[in-house]
Design a protein around this ligand. Structure first.
Ligand code: BG6
Length: 479
């Protein structure tokens, strides 16, 4: 049986906006996540032409405001991660805690103090922090007053933010990622780019301009990080959904190839290889513009070339299936991506198609393409958990999901793929990004909180908690 490498980074992943709460404490400003209504309709609401980020607490709830109160309970939570044996913990720094509006020149000291304490708590247990600099939580002010990432002014603001956190934490934190799921903007630019219809989300050129600005900002972070310490590992983070052609029809095969370029690879190609890929204009022409229509400079392109990322972080939840030839094919739901239903796969309660073999394929595809280390920084099953009177949650379905994906990861390592680590998503229950629900749970730790915000917030270990503890203790030998 193939062994996981020594020092393999087993852990878990979260994002500030989905668990911290304390949304106005310690001088924090509002982030775009604070303006997202709760409930399965959240994306529909923000996609309305008149959505303008104004909070309407009479009509909507805002579950990200309180999260799971990790802001006050992080010590208890990190102790539980330590009990599971985490080698690393992936979390993000809320930009609006450090720069409340985003365009200030001086950081908010109280915000930094929170992350000082959080990082110290991880290190106390020898848990390696893995930090996402920006995870779907840019300051709301930047979306409202600057129009989100399509505005080049954001490069400077992000540079300042990244400079502050890299400079402050580079001695304690070796692993970083610049933007969470940067490619997700292809389908839904609100979370990653702060774009809604009212500020240009419906025009693809804005999305590509925003990406270009983010690529430049990311390269600046890589440059700054390496100048502080050349051993820092600074990665990109992409949403990867292995794509299959529905059948052998060349039309569908070609569509799948192009889907891979457009969605799975485009951002990685720029961030890993340091240059725009050959298919860039094919892709942009499809939306009625070309690369030369974007606002870019030779200096920026040189910066991209000189500062590629060190590794590829990616999320993997599901695969997608491309069928262009059947207009009436039934669609699958999914992690911000489309595609049709794959008859060979089962789906989660939210319609995400479960496909562990797809993870082995993803790892091979990414490694063959880039030959740089891969870090699976999100994977997991969102499910409705039942807690009994003894506060037990028997989540065997989650254990099955994770076991099969870890097996797939082991097979990919046997295939020759260099995998650094594995951090399942939402290692403690938190607010869902796509639906704003608490009832869509991923964690090893149950949090007593419902969709309406009621509950004691007590933490309880699920059955998967003990299972994952054994997985880590055996370095993946006991599944
Ligand atoms: C990824 C995001 O898209 O998937 C996370 O990086 C998100 O922020 C996770 O929570 C799971 O998605 P959801 O919508 O089930 O919370």
């Amino acid at each position: 049986m193939t062994e996981f490498p020594k020092g393999f980074l087993w852990g878990g992943a979260t994002a500030a906006n989905q668990l911290e709460g304390g949304y106005q404490e310690g001088g924090k400003g509002l982030s775009i996540a604070d303006a997202l209504p709760g409930g399965p309709e959240r994306f529909k609401i923000v996609n309305q032409p008149d959505f303008n980020w104004t909070l309407d607490e009479k009509q909507y709830t805002y579950p990200n405001h309180n999260g799971i109160d990790h802001y006050h309970r992080f010590k208890e939570d990190i102790a539980l991660f330590a009990e599971m044996g985490f080698k690393c913990y992936r979390f993000s720094i809320a930009w609006s805690r450090i720069f409340p509006k985003g365009d200030e020149t001086e950081p908010n000291q109280a915000g930094l103090a929170f992350y000082d304490a959080l990082i110290a708590e991880c290190l106390k247990y020898n848990i390696e922090p893995v930090i996402t600099i920006s995870h779907y939580e840019m300051p709301l002010y930047l979306a409202q007053h600057y129009g989100g990432w399509k505005n080049k002014a954001l490069i400077k603001f992000y540079e300042r933010f990244a400079d502050v956190v890299l400079t402050r934490y580079h001695k304690q934190v070796k692993y970083w990622m610049t933007f969470n799921e940067i490619n997700s903007a292809f389908h839904f630019p609100v979370m990653g780019q702060g774009l809604v219809p009212a500020n240009g989300a419906n025009e693809m050129q804005n999305i590509y301009q925003a990406w270009h600005n983010q690529f430049v900002a990311s390269a600046l972070a890589v440059k700054m990080g390496h100048a502080l310490d050349e051993k820092l590992q600074i990665g990109c983070m992409i949403l990867y959904a292995t794509a299959y052609s529905y059948d052998a029809n060349p039309v569908n095969q070609l569509a799948t190839l192009q889907h891979n370029q457009d969605f799975n690879f485009f951002c990685g190609d720029v961030q890993v290889r340091g240059e725009y890929p050959a298919y860039t204009n094919r892709l942009m022409n499809h939306f009625g513009f070309e690369f030369n229509d974007l606002d870019w400079t030779d200096e920026e392109l040189a910066l991209l070339k000189q500062n590629p990322v060190d590794y590829i972080g990616f999320s993997y939840y599901m695969s997608s299936t491309i069928n262009e030839t059947a207009a009436d094919a039934e669609l699958a739901s999914g992690n911000l991506i489309g595609g049709v239903k794959n008859p060979f796969l089962k789906a989660s309660e939210w319609g995400w198609q479960i496909d562990p073999i797809g993870l082995r394929i993803a790892l091979n595809e990414l490694y063959n393409r880039y030959e740089k280390p891969l870090f699976i920084v999100e994977n997991g099953l969102g499910a409705i958990d039942q807690i009994n009177d003894q506060h037990e949650v028997n989540d065997d379905y989650r254990i099955d999901y994770l076991r099969e994906h870890i097996e797939a990861m082991r097979s990919a390592i046997a295939d020759g793929v260099d995998v650094m680590g594995y951090t399942p998503w939402g290692c403690i229950d938190l607010v869902s990004a796509s639906t704003g629900q608490m009832s869509k749970r991923y964690g090893f730790i149950y949090v007593d909180l419902d969709d309406a915000g009621h509950g004691t917030l007590n933490r309880y270990k699920k059955r998967s908690f003990d299972w994952y503890q054994k997985v880590i203790a055996s370095n993946g030998a006991t599944l």
